[in-house]
Structure formats: structure tokens, C-alpha cells
Design a binder for this molecule. Structure first.
Ligand code: NAP
Length: 226
């Protein structure tokens, strides 16, 4: 398979890189300023490319970046949490923080999918978006976290619309919750390691046809309420 992973230089994205390389797939892995963990991998089946999901990309940009004509799997993994938890409570949250997190966590994956969709359609491929259970209204029992919750909720809805819009062209779309994972985002305080999260999500992606279009599914295969 030709697999494109956005936000692949560290954390869960880098975990996907290691997982799919071990399976023998061809990978295009994105980074921004720092290639970080991608610097240690020197394999011909891995191409690195600069990508900021908040920027606009034209068809000629994609060609210049060396992206494949057919993409079997696009993983929109890149994301930010925004201000630390207390910075997202009702007293602290700002319009700037809301907009920044919304831009990266919701608009970015949509713009990336828009830019790459013709290549995913050519492969009748799949798109997996990394949201979070924190974007579930049904699961929200503790409030707060306005920016992150709202942006990840928006991504669930964006994934559903993408799934509907692209289904007639043979593309399947799923929204994933990776679990609470030990990465920079959680200050390494999560409940599971990157390998367990990625292994589980890859299995869900493999079984995408067992889920309704645009379903919101955790790394362990459980459906998450919207
Ligand atoms: N860890 C968890 O427990 C957890 C739980 C639920 C959901 N998630 C979601 O899972 C995804 C990965 O999380 P993580 O824990 O691996 O986070 P992380 O360690 O903080 O890594 C985030 C990744 O996203 C990239 N990124 C940030 N902004 C970007 C942009 N504008 N364009 C492209 N890439 C961008 C980062 O690149 P730079 O190095 O350039 O910043 C980095 O590669 C995120 O979407 C996160 O919200 C994580």
C-alpha cells in the first residue's frame, strides 16, 4: 500500500511509521520544522516531506513534494492540545486559543483531505482521522477543555461528511480515538504505549468495512458515542 501519514515525526504518527514499515508498505511521512524521529530511519520505502496541514496546497505542490499518484491510506494524525488544561477552563479560554486549536485539529485534516482526495479516490483508498474521546459529547462528564473538545468534536462531523461525500467514489473514512497514550501531548502520562495504540488502530483501519461510514471508533475497536 501507499500510505501518507501527516504529523509523523514523533508520538503516535511516528508509531504508525514504524508499524507500517514493518509490514512492508511504502510510506510518505510528514514533518514540520523538525524531522525528529524520522531522522533515524534510512529506508528506501520511506519518503519524508514537509507539510503543515493549516497551509493551502496546490496540485503542483503535491507533485513537487513527490507524493504518490495513488494513496491507499491517508492518516490525518497531526494535532495539538492547545493551552494546558487550566488554560482551557471557562475563566481562561481565549478566542485566539479556540481558533488556533480549531485550525490545526479540525480545519487542517479537512484541508489535507481536500488537497489529497483525488489521489485517494484513484486508489479507492481510505482516510483515517485522529480525533479524541474528548470530542464526544456523550462521553463529556467533566466539562472544560473548550478548545480541544470542540475541535475534536468538529473533526468527527467533518469525518462523517467526508465519508458520505466520498463513498460513491469508493473511499472509506473513519474517525479514530487512539486511547490515552504516553506521548508528548500527555506529558508521557497516558495509560497505554504508542505501540498498543497504533496496533489497535491499524486493526480497526483494516476492518473499516465492518463500521458504518464516518464511524467514531477507539483503538480497541469499540464505537464511541458522538
Ligand atoms: N496522546 C493521546 O493520549 C491522544 C489522545 C487522543 C487523541 N490524540 C490525538 O492523536 C494525534 C497524535 O497525538 P500525539 O499524542 O502523538 O501528539 P504529539 O506527540 O504532540 O504529536 C503531534 C504531532 O502532530 C504534528 N502537528 C501539529 N500541528 C501540525 C500541523 N499544523 N500540521 C501538521 N502536523 C502537525 C506534530 O508535529 P510537530 O513536531 O511539528 O509539532 C506532531 O508530529 C493528535 O491528533 C492528538 O490530538 C492523542
Amino acid at each position: 500500500m501507499n500510505i501518507v501519514i501527516i504529523g509523523a515525526n514523533r508520538g503516535i504518527g511516528l508509531g504508525f511509521v514504524h508499524y507500517y514499515l514493518a509490514q512492508g508498505h511504502a510510506l510518505w511521512a510528514s514533518h514540520r520544522q523538525s524531522v525528529a524521529g524520522l531522522a533515524d530511519i534510512d529506508l528506501p520505502q520511506l519518503q519524508r516531506f514537509y507539510w503543515d496541514s493549516c497551509e493551502q496546497h496546490t496540485e503542483s505542490d503535491l507533485t513537487a513534494l513527490g507524493l504518490p499518484e495513488k494513496i491507499d491510506l491517508l492518516i490525518n494524525n497531526g494535532g495539538i492540545y492547545g493551552p494546558d488544561s487550566s488554560g482551557q477552563d471557562i475563566d481562561q479560554i481565549t478566542s485566539e486559543a479556540m481558533q488556533e486549536v480549531f485550525m490545526v485539529d479540525a480545519v487542517g485534516p479537512l484541508m489535507t483531505s481536500q488537497a489529497l482526495r483525488s489521489r485517494v479516490i484513484r486508489a479507492r483508498g481510505r482516510i483515517a482521522n485522529l480525533s479524541s474521546k474528548m470530542g464526544s459529547s456523550g462521553d463529556n462528564s467533566s466539562g472544560g477543555n473548550y478548545a480541544y473538545r470542540a475541535a475534536k468534536a468538529a473533526l468527527v462531523i467533518i469525518g462523517k461528511s467526508l465519508a458520505i461525500d466520498l463513498s460513491s467514489q469508493g473511499v472509506r473514512v473513519i474517525t479514530l480515538h487512539p486511547g490515552w497514550v504516553r506521548t508528548d501531548m500527555t506529558h508521557q502520562s497516558g495509560l497505554i504505549d504508542i505501540e498498543e495504540s497504533v496496533r489497535g488502530m491499524a486493526q480497526v483501519i483494516d476492518q473499516i468495512s465492518n463500521y458504518p461510514p464516518g464511524a467514531f471508533v477507539a483503538f480497541d475497536g469499540q464505537k464511541i458515542p458522538y
